[in-house]
Design a protein around this ligand. Structure first.
Ligand SMILES: *[C@@H]1O[C@H](CO)[C@@H](O)[C@H](O)[C@H]1NC(C)=O
Ligand SMILES: *[C@@H]1O[C@H](CO)[C@@H](O)[C@H](O)[C@H]1NC(C)=O
Ligand SMILES: *[C@@H]1O[C@H](CO)[C@@H](O)[C@H](O)[C@H]1NC(C)=O
Ligand SMILES: *[C@@H]1O[C@H](CO)[C@@H](O)[C@H](O)[C@H]1NC(C)=O
Length: 330
């Protein structure tokens, strides 16, 4: 019994390996990286991440997402811009890239706000003829929005001016259309735990991408549920992102500190964005890593690359090896 089962598995796997359409065994899927606030696509840190990806999965084509080829403008776009338009421009850039658009799928790694923007990309730009993200990994992202804006250093007047503008007019159309963090700010009534009317009415990005309004976009849920894996890392001692549990789509009562986990929330129970479906097939993963916001060590990145971004054919190679081993043992 075991023998015949193994043999058919061997046949299937050799067929897959011999298929003229399959890529070379060693070819990993391309990797998209979306950086965080204040960073730029040409930063040394990102190049290091890309070279780690190459080290773990040789041959990885890494595309570091940019909103402008000019480095300084790319950085500015992390603060200034309409996130809806930014995601649409990234979608177009990926479609225009011959490698990214012809690959059978891509993996995606999002740092901080880049994580929820990549998720937005999957929801809006995925699907049948869209970008096929297989595994999405986010670090310290703000999937349930932020309840507070970041603190500025005491002498950083530019930051203070910017945050002042954000705070003073978060729900104004100009701010929602131009200042990036306002578009994932989420105001909640601490008494009821429900989002405020102002947020539901005016949020340019978060309320839409989380399908929090009465009218749900079913495409978002379908597209997100099509991921193989969605891996969400929260930094254990993150004090930059308030509350840090937003990285897992959790709701935190800031007065009491009580946390309502995603699985106990409506967004999951009614499956507004496909997370429940993804969870039921084993594709939703809640992870913790040590340290403050974005203290990323080499080890955690290497673990991510070897656990989630290994080439799919590798697993077939392993199946074949295991089967051959079994047959030898019989
Ligand atoms: C839902 O989202 C898709 C993808 O962004 C979009 O094409 C479609 O127009 C949206 N549908 C509604 C009803 O907003
Ligand atoms: C953001 O851009 C989209 C697409 O151009 C537009 O429909 C929307 O009104 C803009 N949002 C704001 C708040 O300006
Ligand atoms: C949040 O905590 C405060 C203080 O414990 C409590 O009064 C309030 O009802 C809580 N809100 C929710 C939605 O549980
Ligand atoms: C980091 O967070 C963990 C768990 O929340 C806590 O036990 C630990 O004391 C924190 N460490 C620091 C340095 O704050």
């Amino acid at each position: 019994m075991l023998h015949s089962l193994s043999l058919s598995a061997l046949l299937i796997s050799t067929q897959v390996l011999a298929s003229p359409y399959s890529r070379p065994n060693s070819d990993p899927l391309p990797l998209l990286i979306w950086h965080g606030l204040g960073d730029n696509y040409a930063a040394d840190g990102l190049a290091e991440v890309a070279s780690l990806a190459e080290e773990v999965n040789p041959g990885t084509y890494t595309y570091i997402i940019r909103l402008d080829e000019d480095v300084s403008s790319d950085r500015t776009a992390t603060f200034l811009g309409n996130v809806t338009e930014q995601i649409a421009s990234v979608c177009a850039a990926i479609h225009a890239d011959p490698i990214l658009s012809s690959a059978p799928g891509v993996n995606a790694l999002g740092f901080s706000q880049g994580g929820q923007f990549l998720r937005g990309l999957v929801e809006r730009c995925g699907g049948e003829n869209g970008i096929k993200v297989r595994n999405l990994v986010t670090f310290g992202s703000q999937h349930n929005g932020i309840a507070k804006y970041q603190l500025c250093k005491p002498t950083d007047w530019l930051c203070k001016g910017y945050i002042g503008l954000l705070k003073a007019n978060t729900w104004g159309a100009w701010v929602q259309g131009h200042l990036v963090p306002a578009q994932y700010f989420k105001a909640t009534d601490e008494e009821t735990g429900e989002p405020t009317e102002e947020y539901l009415l005016n949020s340019n990005f978060m309320a839409d991408i989380n399908n929090e309004r009465a009218l749900k976009n079913v495409t978002y849920a379908q597209n997100l549920a099509q991921l193989d894996n969605f891996v969400m890392y929260v930094f254990e001692n993150d004090t930059t992102v308030v509350p840090k549990e937003t990285g897992w789509f959790a709701y935190t009562n800031l007065t009491s500190g009580d946390v309502v986990e995603l699985r106990d929330r409506e967004i999951y129970k009614e499956d507004w964005i496909g997370l429940k479906k993804l969870d039921k097939k084993g594709g939703l993963h809640f992870k913790t890593t040590k340290g403050e916001h974005m203290t990323l060590g080499e080890k955690v990145l290497k673990d991510v690359f070897s656990e989630w971004f290994v080439p799919p054919t590798e697993s077939w190679k392993k199946v074949v090896e295991d089967v051959v081993q079994e047959i030898i043992e019989l």
